[in-house]
Design a binder for this molecule. Sequence first.
Ligand SMILES: [Zn+2]
Length: 371
Amino acid sequence: MLLRSTLLRSSLCALLFSAAVPAQMLFEEYDPPSTLVVAEHEVTHARYPFVDVHNHQWSMPSDTLADTVAEMDALNMAVMVNLSGRGRGDDAHLAGCLSNAAQNAPSRFLVFTNISFEGIDDPDWGARTADQVEADVRAGAAGLKIYKNLGMSAADAAGFRIPTDDPRIDPVWERCGQLGVPVLIHTGDPAPFWQPWDDQNERWFELKERPNRKRDPSTEPSFEEVMAEQHRVFERHPGTTFISAHMGWMANDLARLGELLDRYPNVHTEIGAVLAELGRQPRTAAAWLTEYQDRVLFGKDSWTPSEYHVYFRVLETEDEYFDYYRKRHGHWKMYGMALPDTPLRKLYYGNALKLFPQIDRSLFPNDGVIE
Ligand SMILES: [Zn+2]
C-alpha cells in the first residue's frame, strides 16, 4: 500500500513536472547563467591603442565616418584596415574610400584593394590584374585582400575551380612583393565544415545556423588540400608578405601553426574570428603568442564594437569562465591569458607598424617604439 502510494505520487509529480519543464531541450537552448563567483574585469577600452587589420566597411565611400571614429575611440582603436576597398567590385568604390578617409578621418583608416578572377583564362589576365593592383597602391591602397572565393567557389571559363596556387595568379603575388604591400589572404574554412554533421562535430551549431557552410568531401577538395594550396603560394613567393587570415584556421593546433610560421618567414597571421580557440587554451595561447610575438596581428572581421570587449578581456585579464560573443564559433567559456606587455603591444600595434610604414607613429605610446 505504502509502495503503491509512493509510486502514484512520484508518477504524478513527474507528470506535473514534465508539463512545466520539458524533459528534453535543444542543445542551443541550454544556456544557464554561471553560478561561479570569481573576480570579473570587463575591458571596454584596450590597454594600448591598436590597429585592427581585418575589418570591412562596405559603405565607406558614402559614410561621414564620424560615428565609426567615435566607436573606434571608445575601443582605443587607433587605425582600422578596411579590407573591402573595391566594395562589390566597382572601380569608383576604392577612390571613394580613399578620398573620404583622407578628408574625414586622416590617419585613422587604411584601405586594401581587391581583385576579380573573372577573365583568368585571358592570357594577359595576370599582367593586367597586377597592373590594377599597382595602380591601386599608387592611388593609396595599403595592401591586397583575397577573399575565400579563391580556392573554393571561383571558377574559370570552363567551370573548373581556381586553386589558390594557380600559376596564372603568380604575377599578382610577385607584384605585391615588388610594391612592398602585404597580401591578407583568407583561404578555406574551419576544418569541421568538412566533417560529418553529427554529435562529434565541434561546429555542429554553426552548421545548423549556416548550412551552406557544409563542405562535401566527396565532391569538393578537402580542408588539407585547400590549405596546402595556400601554403604553396607562401613558399613560391618568399619576397611577398602574406597575412594568413583567421590564424590560417589552425588556432586549435598552435604547434602546427608555429611550424608553418617557422617554415615561411614571409607569413604573418591575425586573430580575427578565432578568439574562441585562444580563450579555451589561455596558457598555451599566451606561451605561443609570446614565442611568435613578431608574427601575429590584431584582427576582428565583423564590426560590432561591443564584441571587441571579449578580445580585450581574453588578451589582457586573468578572468575565468566568461562568455564568448557568438555561440556558433564556440559554445565553450573563455579564460583570460594575461598576455605579457611586450607581446601584447606587438599584437596590438607593433607588428602592424612594421607592415604599414605609412601609419602615423604619433598615435602610439613612445611613437610606436616598443622597448
Ligand atoms: Zn573578413
